[in-house]
Design a protein around this ligand. Structure first.
Ligand code: NAD
Length: 476
């Protein structure tokens, strides 16, 4: 994003500076630190596809930041903002993210320079399949070494095309279905993956509000109920995060920023309704009645007075140009890299608490990990134990009735006799992963008096875990 230029740092340098801040607090050989930060390999491909009778040449990248654990994991984005630097920065974030949430993967990321809105479904399919072939035949796509997932501009549909192309190329690979995650359930996807990043954001916010001293440090009290929220981006991540935080936890969404501007309503916006409107009309302009205010310069809404700001669209949107004007008490980085390094310092000085991207949006890769494991086991989660759990529940109900001689309320009976299905297990595993990671970060922040913020604490943990892996492998 051009915004990074205003701070003199590009996206990758911005991420490196944040990691350097953590490295300065750890006793680590310089060579090891450099190895952790280095992007191990980058593939750039150019390939032709015939579109409406004319040959068009497309450019794509796949960066492998680390291979200390395999496969390397990270989304593929289709966007006109994609370039090698961005892909390398995002791959680095994947490495740290996986370490933070204890997912045994290296970090990778891919991107295709394209405006997906300009092409028909069939054209996009041809382009995606050709890009897949470029990646797979060069060793940048396989269940054991490099596994993509959806990101900006891609979703289940593109993952299905990637899977099918890989299967055609390598029909003898018994684990072909694990070559990509974020697939539709009918194609081997796991239940709960589409919503996973948004769910993870909800679980992280919930965990934050479970710690009154953390809440106090952000100049707030109480729980999520009634807290005002500004949300940027109503794509996969923003829509789900906004929906769960408002519908399930009582947060009040007072502004939604999309690519064509922002809508503001102090009495609260209904995320589901706004999403339907955006899907139908291509933007937020014109939504609602007289109570809803529209502003064309959407980024200005980032500066609104609110409790929680959730940037869930692009990188570099909170930068040295607007950091001083941000009034949120808590920033929850749902997007990757929404805050530049310079802005991060300004916000910290202002006392604004930031929950960093490498933690907050890790729900996607956590559930991708579950999907990959499910694919390797060739069986859905819960298939073996669900009825057994139900039987156990029935025995407990029976025993309780026998011992007490009383009837058990129906809702307790229902709860106890319901075996966990795949979605229950995925949500439970995701909640545990997000909570545990948050608690480790919080603990590091509390016990190290040189660590003052969640981001630095998160990177201290990530770097220590990765360094440990290199040490165990005998690399130093
Ligand atoms: P998406 O393509 O589904 O949605 C992006 C949304 O942002 C779209 O609605 C788009 O219209 C909107 N947008 C574009 N430009 C904007 C602007 N200038 N102002 C406001 N809104 C704008 O993408 P996504 O998958 O939701 O990803 C969003 C962010 O979350 C990215 O940074 C991505 O890397 C990160 N992320 C995604 C996942 C995932 O599972 N999809 C996981 C981790 C992190």
């Amino acid at each position: 994003m051009a915004d990074f230029v205003t701070s003199g740092l590009n996206f990758r340098q911005s991420v490196d500076c944040m990691v350097d801040r953590a490295l300065a607090l750890i006793d680590l050989q310089e060579g090891v630190a450099n190895q952790i930060k280095s992007c191990n390999a980058v593939l750039e491909v150019r390939f032709p596809v015939e579109i409406k009778g004319k040959l068009e040449v497309f450019t794509g990248w796949r960066a492998v930041h680390s291979t200390h654990r395999l496969p390397s994991k990270g989304g593929i984005r289709f966007s006109l903002n994609v370039n090698q630097d961005e892909v390398e920065a995002l791959a680095a974030l994947m490495t740290y993210k996986c370490a933070i949430v204890d997912v045994p993967f290296g970090g990778s990321k891919g991107g295709l320079y394209i405006d997906p809105n300009k092409y028909s479904r069939d054209e996009l399919q041809m382009i995606t399949r050709r890009f897949t072939r470029e990646l797979a035949t060069r060793g940048f796509l396989s269940p054991s070494t490099n596994v993509p997932a959806p990101d900006m501009g891609t979703g289940q549909r593109e993952m299905s095309w990637i899977l099918d192309t890989y299967k055609q190329l390598f029909p003898n690979d018994i684990n072909y279905i694990a070559c990509v995650t974020g697939k539709p359930v009918q194609q081997g996807g796991v239940r709960g993956r589409v919503e996973a990043t948004g769910r993870g954001i909800q679980y992280t916010i919930r965990e934050f509000f479970r710690h009154p001293d953390d809440v106090k440090s952000a100049n707030m009290t109480g729980g999520i109920e009634g807290k005002t929220v500004v949300l940027q981006g109503l794509g996969n991540v923003g829509y789900h995060a906004g929906k769960f935080v408002s519908e399930e936890d009582g947060g009040k969404i007072i502004a939604i920023i999309e690519r064509d501007g922002a809508i503001i309503d102090s009495s609260g916006l209904n995320v589901e309704e706004v999403k339907s409107y955006v899907t139908e009309n291509g933007g937020v302009k014109g939504y609602g009645n007289g109570d809803v205010k529209y502003i064309e310069d959407g980024a200005k809404a980032l500066e609104l007075e609110c409790d929680i700001l959730i940037p869930a669209a692009l990188e570099g949107v909170i930068n040295s140009d607007n950091a001083l004007n941000i009034k949120a008490k808590l920033i929850v980085e749902a997007a990757n890299g929404p805050t530049t390094f310079d802005a991060d310092r300004v916000l910290s000085d202002k006392g604004i608490v930031i929950l960093p991207d490498a933690l907050v949006n890790a729900g996607g890769v956590v559930v991708s990990y579950f999907e990959w494991v499910r694919n390797l086991s060739h069986m859905r989660f819960g298939r073996m134990e669900r009825r057994l759990e139900e039987d156990r529940g029935n025995h407990i109900i029976h025993a309780l009735k026998e011992v007490t001689g009383k009837e058990i309320p129906k809702w307790i009976e229902d709860e106890l006799t319901r075996g966990s299905d795949e979605l229950d297990l995925v949500r439970s595993g995701l909640d545990d992963s997000m909570r545990t990671a948050y608690q480790q970060i919080r603990e590091t922040k509390l016990t190290n008096d040189r660590v003052h913020d969640f981001r630095t604490a998160a990177y201290v943990i990530a770097v220590q875990k990765i360094a440990r892996a290199y040490m165990d492998l005998g690399i130093y």
